[in-house]
Design a protein around this ligand. Structure first.
Ligand code: ASP
Length: 358
């Protein structure tokens, strides 16, 4: 009987000890799971919707809410793809498609007008793993130019196609074309009229025209871009735009120029630019950031700050970039009053900004 009591006591202690132990010390399975999550490749996504003189005093509450909502919708679409194990290029195009379909941004549906009252769209993509790239410029009938840029990258032996030829290629690859009236928005058309008026004022200083129309001021910007790092460690970047209001002579900016508007390299980072394109071309801005990291061994943060705040600014250029490196560090650097932007990391925490102080 005594022996039996001792045995029960011992069993009791053993059960108590093993329960306690289970609580405080991770089991083998837990240990393995923790290790997997620690070693799991980081991933993340960043988008922009254009940089420029975006001031709070020129923005209505409803307009700001509309921008924040669409930025959130766009970044969540890309983040969901990455979270499900999809690749960075798929995430980039999904996010950009949402912004191209919105009239709020200067890309796709909301593209700005040329001097002649047309819409000429530019876009490019780059895959950081293969260093493959594709781009289109001056297309007038393609709803989502970023998809055509991907098509050029994947199904042609070229990098950059322009104008009618790019559209012929699109049709040959099964793309449907839009009537050019699809790209008409009242807002952008008024913006063109204002730009033409301003040009006139510059020519004739006596003419008094009110140019400070807040509604119009907000319509000058809105090129869209996205950079992403996926669970495989692959980087991708994409940029899509209508270019600059009142552009002439088939002017092409930096957005479809690999190295200026878009760049991705798994060894360093992925970058998408927005701003005054001529300066971004001359500064080879997107590639310069990657090259600084590669050759100087500096961080993404240091490289983007140097290129945007010093090199681009010294050149007289205005604008900004979004970038993500191969570890998931991000940068959203600009030298303008604002930049529409958003970032989501692996844990799904979301950060949306418009103004400098955001
Ligand atoms: N970078 C574009 C261009 O020059 C415009 C913009 O980003 O707002 O065409």
């Amino acid at each position: 009987m005594k022996n039996f009591r001792i045995l029960t006591l011992l069993i009791g202690f053993f059960v108590l000890f093993s329960c306690k132990n289970e609580k405080n010390t991770p089991t083998e399975t837990q240990k393995v799971l923790n290790e997997v999550s620690q070693n799991e490749q980081n991933f993340g996504i960043v988008i922009h919707g254009g940089a420029g003189t975006i001031l709070k005093e020129n923005m209505t509450d409803s307009m700001e809410i509309a921008y924040r909502n669409i930025l959130e919708e766009a970044i969540r679409a890309g983040h969901d793809i990455l979270n499900d194990g999809g690749n960075a290029m798929e995430a980039v195009t999904a996010s950009i498609n949402i912004m191209e379909d919105s009239p709020l941004f200067n890309a796709g549906k909301g593209a700005v007008f040329t001097h002649e009252g047309r819409n000429e769209l530019d876009a490019s993509v780059m895959d950081g793993n293969t260093l493959n790239a594709g781009a289109v410029a001056g297309v007038t009938q393609i709803k989502n130019p970023i998809n055509l840029a991907v098509e050029v990258m994947n199904n042609s032996e070229h990098v950059l196609l322009t104008g009618k030829g790019a559209e012929q290629f699109a049709i040959s690859r099964g793309f449907t074309t839009e009537d050019t009236s699809y790209f008409y928005t009242e807002r952008r058309y008024r913006s063109l009229q204002n730009a033409i008026k301003r040009e006139k004022v510059e020519l004739d200083h006596d003419e008094k025209v009110s140019l400070i129309d807040p509604f119009i001021l907000n319509t000058k910007y809105g090129t869209v871009g996205c950079v992403a790092l996926d669970k495989n460690g692959d980087l991708a970047a994409g940029t899509s735009t209508g270019g600059m209001t009142n552009k002439r002579w088939n002017r092409i900016g930096d957005s479809p120029i690999i190295g200026a508007g878009t760049y991705a390299n798994n060894n360093t980072c992925a970058v998408s630019s927005t701003g005054w394109g001529e300066y971004f071309i001359r500064g080879i801005v997107a590639y310069d950031i990657s090259a600084m990291m590669e050759y100087k061994g500096i961080s993404l943060e240091e490289a983007t700050e140097e290129v945007i705040q010093n090199k681009l600014t010294d050149l007289g250029g205005t604008g900004g970039i979004i970038a993500i490196d191969n570890e998931g560090n991000v940068s959203m650097e600009f030298n303008t009053a604002g930049m529409y932007r958003a970032h989501m990391d692996r844990d799904g925490s979301l950060n949306i900004g418009i103004y400098k102080e955001d």
